[in-house]
Design a protein around this ligand. Structure first.
Ligand SMILES: C[S@@+](CC[C@H](N)C(=O)[O-])C[C@H]1O[C@@H](n2cnc3c(N)ncnc32)[C@H](O)[C@@H]1O
Length: 260
């Protein structure tokens, strides 16, 4: 064994032990030759997914602010820093993931990402809008998914929304009329009609899964919450721009947005 190898090995062993103590990890991150989740059930996740949609993101985020909602171990927060974002805030409702995020960011030298325990339902507390909001892999974990999108639109979305949801059911999208008569029932059986599947118990051994949209539904929910889809960057990933709410605005005192 040469001198260099002798000095690296104990460090790697220590890192491995620290990573394992913070586990289990959902994000597989390279912390300098030691990976956080090398046996991830989705492979190199989310790195392999990110590679597929990253070309659709702005390359240079200099001067921009980013909010990463449901940041988990901070993979996307750090990628945004890597693109030059000036201010990155990662929020998650699970302290175990936030501890992983702080450890990963510090280990990789991203000392100025702010990680906070905050639920998506409480984003108003941030008191600012962000140029880029990342809302990846969270929607289907929520009991109130449309409320979350409404709150993001109302309080924190400034321009871009990078959105992902697990989708199940048909991948087709049926073009719909503005309205249908009461007697029209067949439309609801069409596979491309927007459909949100309710998970009463568990899905994928995970009780935190609540509502899983099909593709048409994911896209319709984005539009209905005031996000214009610019690019479908990957099967389940959308780059959207904040637009006007299509209905009478949420937050004006109405409990439910009026459609007309
Ligand atoms: C499937 S992981 C997705 C992580 C990451 N955004 C990604 O796409 O790889 C879901 C994350 O959302 C977080 N989460 C669940 N409910 C949340 C809530 N109400 N507010 C904020 N984060 C939440 C979980 O703790 C978890 O870190």
């Amino acid at each position: 064994m040469n001198v260099a190898a002798r000095s690296i090995e104990p460090e790697a062993k220590e890192l491995r032990e620290r990573i394992d103590a913070l586990g289990p990890w959902f994000h597989n991150i390279d912390l300098g030759g030691v990976w956080t989740a090398p046996d991830h059930f989705l492979g190199d996740y989310p790195g392999s997914k990110f590679k597929r949609f990253a070309p659709h993101l702005p390359k240079d985020l200099s001067g921009k602010s980013v909010l990463d909602i449901g940041c988990n171990a901070g993979f996307y927060s750090m990628e945004m820093k890597r693109r030059g974002a000036e201010r990155v805030v990662g929020i998650d409702s699970d302290d175990r993931y936030l501890e992983q995020a702080r450890f990963a960011a510090t280990t990789l030298g991203y000392d100025n990402i702010e990680f906070r325990n905050l639920s998506v339902y409480d984003v108003a507390a941030l008191g600012e809008r962000f140029d880029v909001v990342i809302f990846m892999g969270v929607l289907y974990h929520l009991r109130h998914p449309l409320l979350a999108l409404d709150l993001i639109h109302e309080h924190v979305a400034g321009d871009l929304l990078i959105f992902q949801s697990m989708q199940r059911g048909s991948g087709s999208v049926l073009p719909l009329e503005e309205d249908y008569p009461f007697e029209e029932t067949g439309i609801f059986h069409e596979s491309g009609y927007p459909r949100l599947h309710f998970v009463e118990r568990e899905y994928a051994h995970d009780w935190t899964n609540w509502w899983v949209p099909n593709r048409a539904c994911a896209e319709a929910m984005l539009r209905a919450s005031g996000f214009a889809i610019e690019t479908r960057a990957e099967d389940e990933v959308y780059i959207c721009r904040r637009a006007e709410m299509p209905y009478a605005a949420w937050g004006t005192g109405a409990v439910y947005p009026k459609k007309r």
